[in-house]
Design a protein around this ligand. Structure first.
Ligand SMILES: *Cc1c(COP(=O)(O)O)cnc(C)c1O
Length: 485
């Protein structure tokens, strides 16, 4: 007969847990020798797994064996030191330790009263990171604002938009959208804003694409002001503008101060999307990136991209700590409690779309506890320095050119053939495909100014100078052979 409880005995967990930790340590120590990208065909993984679920228990060894045999070979290894695609998603070992503690408590932090620590550790961290990033104290709880950890920058943009809709129209909670709302972005803005507009029921017609300055690709404040004024004159309702600090394509930075000044006159909510680049402001020399954010209503930056914290953890601050609850709170009888009614606590369910929430703060806390702010700063500085060195090599090599000046740790480059832009684009595309097919590195691309561009996003926890050297050698070798053929 099976045990009455389906769970592990804590002593058995101790034994198996050590085996899993050993597996993780071995996996991370051996990453450099593995291909970054798998070479599997669609359906291969499904073909390796039994079609139905096991009726009887099986030992952990068998599971680890399947992970080794099927899961790892079919995984893009995002923690690989030669992963330069998209923006890397740091999952430091520090954060894994914190994540285990969070899972151990298994707390559901929807209300302060359902786990006071889950709420207050997060509040302390958000206020602490606001100070460390040099944000205006208005974004802290002490200053009347506050922050919370969302699952993603996409969710942060969505709730900011909902708060903006509520502020623009007190009838919104009751009556919904009118169809007159307008949201201002640029062609470089992340797609999550378009998705947020759709999810909020505004539809694509609500989006206004504001012109950018050629070259810098930053939003033009004068063009924003003109678009807002034209919309107001037409009886429409400007609701939100989203300047980006570090666009996903090329790392471009919108002039937040000018954008916010143009938006303010008409009471338009300013949501700053600094998903990737914002954390760099921990370093005083990069703090200029957030110039003008003190005029914004909300700001988000991901801890799960460049801040050593395992997915998911996206930091969102708002200047008015009442704005999200005003838009989002709904209090059914079964959630009523004395602490909430006292008005002395934060109930984070009112700051997000879902009711339930994980204790994400523990993994971020484990990171900053284990590395200190000094460790976070050197992590960022090292990658920026590696990017600068790579950019110097690109500049010095006639077979390549920079597609734009490097932005922090993002280098955008292309191959130069001497046979014109079309030939250059084709060669760049082919070099990217060959580097990725080799398994020696993983790169992704974008199209900027109509031209095909290789993006080298440096930011994996274990990426060092030698990995950039190898990447550069590989890029040069592939470019030589592509141009010759
Ligand atoms: C990555 C990125 C996002 C989306 O981030 P998620 O946290 O994955 O939702 C949004 N904006 C920018 C600028 C990004 O680079």
């Amino acid at each position: 007969m099976a045990d009455v409880t389906a769970d592990l005995d804590p002593e058995e967990f101790r034994r198996l847990g050590h085996a899993v930790v050993d597996w993780i340590a071995d996996h991370r120590a051996g990453l450099d020798a593995l291909p970054v990208q798998p070479g599997v065909d669609p359906g291969w993984v499904r073909g390796q797994l039994p079609a139905s679920l096991p009726e009887d228990p099986a030992p952990l060894d068998a599971l680890l064996d399947t992970v080794d045999r099927v899961v790892v070979p079919a995984s893009t290894l995002w923690q690989h030191p030669r992963f330069f695609g998209y923006f890397p998603a740091n999952a430091s070992l520090h954060s894994l330790l914190g994540d285990m503690l969070s899972g151990a408590l298994g707390a559901q932090g929807m209300l302060w009263s359902t786990s006071p620590a889950a709420t207050e550790v997060e509040q302390v961290l958000m206020d602490g990171f606001a100070a460390a990033l040099g944000l205006d104290p208005a974004f802290t709880f002490a200053g009347g604002g506050g922050g919370c950890i969302q699952d993603s920058a996409s969710s942060g943009a969505l709730v900011a938009l909902l708060a903006a809709l509520h502020r623009a129209d007190p009838q919104w909670r009751e009556a919904g959208v009118t169809g007159d709302e307008r949201v201002y972005v640029t062609a470089e803005t992340h797609s999550s804003l378009a998705k947020a507009a759709r999810v909020a029921g505004l539809g694509a017609r609500a989006l206004r694409t504001v012109d950018t300055t050629p070259g810098s690709l930053g939003m033009r404040p004068d063009a924003l002001a003109a678009a807002i004024e034209a919309d107001v004159a037409a009886g429409l309702r400007p609701v939100l503008v989203c300047p980006t600090v570090g666009t996903t394509g090329t790392g471009a930075v919108d002039p937040v101060r000018g954008v916010a000044e143009a938006a303010r006159e008409h009471g338009v909510w300013v949501h700053v999307d600094a998903a990737w680049a914002g954390v760099a402001a921990l370093c005083p020399e990069f703090r200029d990136l957030l110039d003008g954010v003190e005029l914004a209503d909300s700001l988000s930056t991901d801890a799960h991209k460049w801040l050593l914290t395992a997915f998911d953890a996206s930091l969102l601050w708002v200047r008015n700590g009442a704005a999200l609850p005003a838009a989002l709170s709904i209090a059914p009888e079964y959630l009523r409690n004395a602490a909430s009614e006292s008005g002395q606590v934060v109930d984070y369910r009112d700051w997000q779309v879902p009711l339930g929430r994980r204790f994400r703060a523990l993994k971020l806390w484990a990171v900053v506890h284990g590395t200190g702010l000094s460790g976070l700063r050197s992590h960022i500085r090292e990658h920026v320095a590696l990017a600068a060195k790579l950019a110097d090599r690109v500049r010095a090599d006639p077979a390549f050119e920079l597609a734009s000046e490097p932005s922090l740790a993002l280098v955008c480059l292309r191959v130069v053939t001497g046979a014109g832009p079309e030939a250059d684009d084709a060669a760049t595309r082919e070099v990217l495909a060959r580097v990725n097919a080799s398994g020696a590195a993983f790169l992704t691309h974008t199209v900027a100014g109509g031209r095909y561009v290789i993006r080298v996003a440096i930011g994996s926890v274990t990426t060092r100078a030698e990995h950039i050297d190898e990447l550069w050698d590989r890029l040069r070798a592939e470019a030589t052979s592509v141009v010759r053929s």
